[in-house]
Design a protein around this ligand. Structure first.
Ligand code: ATP
Length: 345
């Protein structure tokens, strides 16, 4: 039996995950879910962030983890979010951050004269190395002579496996082009490794067109001509930035979903948006990112047809303007889910 661990989290997390679970129950009533009380409330109550036994269960007992959002103004250090999300990424070795950027309705794209077919690319962001490992240090902190260093980690294994994942997914999913992005002209050590590994792996995929763009050029091209891109593979920092650009192109963070993956081993799915404390508890959060995230999770679990159905239902709601207020509609969170469920039939 398929088992999903659910971490609703903070702020609007429990609201939108509750809605996504309604869609999951409608499409896949055979999937079992178990909720975990992790997040700011738990941390403030008893100091727990991420128990080791729960992390071990996530890695061994569940087919996937579904996470809402983490972040709460009452925990300014954000220590719980770091332990839960970054902890899962590192300890479960979730090396792929999988971020599709697909425009479902042209009217939500901020670029002029772009059709839905123009924005349909996937970013493979390296998720366990780069500049986000916390390797570095501070010296003479708080003085005029302060030194702060952040080290970028690029390992042969880490670079190769994310590049391979991008190529393999492109071929399996009928995509034609893979673009690697780095800043090898300025970062001559780590990004030279990316260049060499990309060329090596690309040689094994002669059926796919390959290209390379420095990240500054890629940012520009994504705005000028997003239709040029199918699959983009890049490091942790650049992927973080480019995928938010991608989220904007697809209509905003209320529509963006993501997967943190180590295929065959562990997977954690989450909407891209944060806990949005400014609107938490008001019943106005957009549940579509979480609903699309459930679709992505179902596809990963071998139910690609369910993802297609969810995307089609969400697209129908977007085209009919049956959406929450930040997308220009008037529906409340639960009503937006009702609309999706109705569109699913
Ligand atoms: P984080 O650091 O956790 O990403 P953030 O404050 O940078 O948090 P969000 O929490 O995503 O980012 O919120 C950014 C803005 O987008 C806020 O104004 C928030 O209300 C809005 N927002 C985020 N998610 C949603 C949603 N699902 N529905 C409606 N508005 C949202």
């Amino acid at each position: 039996m398929t088992k999903i661990a659910v971490v609703p989290g903070d702020g609007i997390g429990p609201e939108v995950i509750g809605e996504a679970l309604r869609v999951l129950a409608a499409l896949a009533p055979d999937i079992k879910t178990e909720a975990f009380d992790l997040g700011a409330d738990r941390y403030l109550r008893d100091g727990t962030t991420m128990p080791a036994d729960v992390m071990a269960r996530f890695g061994s007992e569940f087919d996937a983890v579904l996470l809402g959002a983490l972040g709460d103004p009452r925990v300014p250090s954000n220590v719980h979010a770091k332990d839960i999300l970054l902890g899962s990424r590192f300890q479960l070795d979730l090396y792929i951050n999988f971020r599709p950027c697909r425009l479902l309705d042209a009217r939500y794209c901020p670029l002029k004269d772009k059709s839905e077919a123009d924005v349909d690319f996937v970013v493979f962001r390296e998720n366990t190395e780069g500049l986000y490992t916390g390797v570095g240090g501070q010296f003479k902190r708080g003085t005029a002579d302060e030194v702060a260093m952040e080290q970028e980690i690029n390992t042969r294994k880490g670079v190769e496996r994310i590049i391979r994942a991008a190529f393999s997914w492109a071929r399996t999913n009928g995509r034609k082009r893979v673009c690697m992005s780095d800043k090898a002209n300025a970062m001559r050590h780590g990004h030279d490794l990316w260049q060499r590994v990309f060329r090596e792996v690309a040689a094994e995929y002669p059926d796919l067109q390959t290209s390379h763009l420095y990240v500054d050029v890629l940012a520009m091209r994504l705005v000028q001509a997003p239709q040029e891109f199918d699959v983009i593979v890049t490091n942790n920092l650049f992927g973080d930035i480019l995928t938010d650009l991608g989220a904007a192109l697809q209509g905003g963070i209320g529509l963006a979903s993501s997967g943190n993956l180590n295929p065959g081993k562990a997977a954690l799915f989450e909407p891209v948006h944060g806990s949005a404390p400014d609107i938490a508890g008001q019943g106005v959060a957009n549940p579509l990112a979480s609903i699309l995230t459930v679709g992505m999770m179902l596809a990963y679990l071998g139910r690609a047809e369910d993802e297609t159905r969810i995307q089609a239902a969400v697209q129908r709601c977007l085209k009919a303007g049956r959406v929450t207020r930040e997308l220009g509609g008037s529906l409340r969170t639960t009503e937006a889910t009702d609309a999706v469920l109705a569109a699913l039939g």
